[in-house]
Design a protein around this ligand. Structure first.
Ligand code: ADP
Length: 468
């Protein structure tokens, strides 16, 4: 039960709470109203009976004043003429009827046992097929109770009215509850709308669009305060990410100059020595300098790509020509490893994009395929349009070592190199991170399908409609 409640949304909890509280209140109100109307109708009936009994007692009293003893004959003349539908019976204390009523006679059997003959008493009795309110009124003569006046009036009208009232409450209370529930839902929905909007907007904010801010409601309430607090948090995060990116960009930029100087000096030293051991050392240092320079360049590029929210250097690019150029450039590398590099172009595709960056993405993925495949394997590059969707896909497949499933998403992370390639020189682990970011900035997707030991397929999907 507790688990059920803790799983409910605040909106549902509020609606349930409002409806329950209102239900208890309206239910109690209905019960109290019903009871008090019933009591007052009953009191009115009793008052009518009492007043008529009073009149009859007065008649008896007056008659007592006129004569010594009261005659049973006179008593049998008492009637209920001015009381509609009423029944009258006059009995002696032993139960012998002086004024007899056929309906009241049906209840005569048990009345003396219930009746104390001390004071007037009102009871509900079922007489015949109807319900009656009955007054048992002792008639005292000279301080002794000699007779009992039994007056009955039908309760049917009152019971019918009460039944109608009950029916009305049974219809009204659930209807009011339903309306309250719906109103409570509407009110909570409207009150939570700004929070839902802010949640959705926050979900779309990532490290790449920290400059975006949440729309604040016009009200001056807690929700606005929450929005202002979140916007303040975003502001601080944005500024700290910006300075971190700036630091990376500055550092990688600064590193490139000394590396270039070192390269020149090492090349000079290489030209001045014929010692094969020294030459080998210098060559290896030059390779490392190249790797470091490439890494510094990639870091600088990543820092710039991170601060961009979209690719803004767009021009019309022939994707088929771009791919052909990459394949031409990498052909020699593939041949050096005896790898067949094939290009399949289904149709020429013109796309509005950043040609330099797209080329570097294709280059990196094709180069990776050649780099990580053993010799004698094959790499296929293909370009095809996705029918009816204004989209096209570039796929680069190889039958190389593949990437284990648990590492397939990690390879797009920064500095990540699959376990099997770690320790092997020549890689930085930044190429796919850059590729992913470039494709994201073009509003496209870069996905991987790979089977350990059987090869990998990288798919770049780009939409011709995308303006991102
Ligand atoms: P690197 O400079 O190491 O190539 P990338 O970011 O381009 O960096 O690639 C990240 C890692 O993904 C690589 O180190 C490699 O382990 C793995 N990888 C990328 N392409 C392939 C591929 N075609 N076959 C197998 N592994 C690959």
């Amino acid at each position: 039960m507790t688990k059920f409640f803790s799983n409910l949304t605040i909106k549902t909890k509020l609606v349930l709470a409002y409806t329950t509280i209102f239900g208890i209140l309206i239910g109690s109100f209905a019960v109290v109203t019903y009871r008090s109307i019933g009591d007052s109708r009953m009191a009115r009936l009793d008052a009518e009976l009492d007043s008529h009994a009073g009149k009859l007692l007065m008649e008896i009293d007056e008659d007592m004043g006129d004569q010594e003893d009261i005659e049973d004959d006179w008593l049998s003349g008492l009637t209920t003429e001015d009381l509609n539908d009423a029944h009258l019976q006059l009995l002696t204390v032993t139960g012998a009827a002086i004024v007899k009523d056929s309906l009241l006679q049906t209840a005569i059997a048990d009345w003396p046992s219930k009746y104390s003959f001390k004071s007037a008493q009102h009871v509900n009795l079922k007489l015949g097929t109807g319900d009656y309110r009955v007054l048992w009124q002792p008639v005292e003569i000279d301080g002794t109770v000699l007779y009992v006046l039994e007056l009955a009036m039908p309760m049917q009208d009152m019971l019918d009215d009460m039944e109608q009232l009950r029916l009305l409450f049974w219809i009204l209370v659930p209807a009011i509850l339903l309306i309250t529930g719906m109103a409570a839902y509407g009110i909570t929905q409207a009150s939570f709308r700004p929070i839902v909007n802010m949640t959705n907007a926050s979900r779309n904010i990532s490290v790449h669009n920290l400059n975006e801010r949440l729309d604040l409601p016009k009200t001056q309430d807690e929700v606005r305060l929450l929005g202002e607090t979140l916007n303040g948090l975003l502001e601080r995060l944005d500024s700290s990410f910006r300075s971190q990116r700036q630091f990376v960009a500055d550092a990688s930029h600064e590193i490139r100059t000394p590396l270039a100087v070192m390269r020149v000096e090492l090349e000079h030293a290489l030209g001045n020595t014929s010692d094969s051991l020294v030459r080998a050392d210098i060559q290896s240092a030059l390779t490392e300098i190249d790797r470091l320079s490439k890494m510094a360049g990639q870091l600088l590029l990543l820092a710039r790509l991170d601060s961009a929210s979209q690719s803004n250097e767009r021009e019309s690019v022939r994707i088929d020509e771009l791919l052909a150029e990459c394949v031409r450039r990498l052909k020699a590398f593939a041949e050096s490893k005896n790898i067949s590099l094939e290009l399949y172009i289904e149709e020429a595709i013109e796309y509005l994009g950043d040609s330099e960056k797209l080329k570097s993405v294709f280059d990196n993925i094709i180069e990776n395929a050649i780099k990580y495949c053993p010799s004698e394997s094959s790499v296929q590059v293909s370009l095809a349009r996705v029918r009816d969707e204004h989209k096209f896909q570039v796929t680069i497949s190889d039958n190389g070592p593949g990437i284990p499933e648990d590492e397939q998403q990690k390879v797009f992370g920064r500095f990540y190199r699959a376990t099997s390639q770690r320790g092997e020189g020549n890689g930085s682990g930044l190429g796919l991170a850059i590729a992913m970011r470039v494709i994201e900035l073009h509003g496209g997707a870069l996905t991987i399908e790979s089977h350990d030991g059987k090869g990998s397929t990288f798919t770049i999907s780009l939409s011709e409609d995308s303006t991102a």
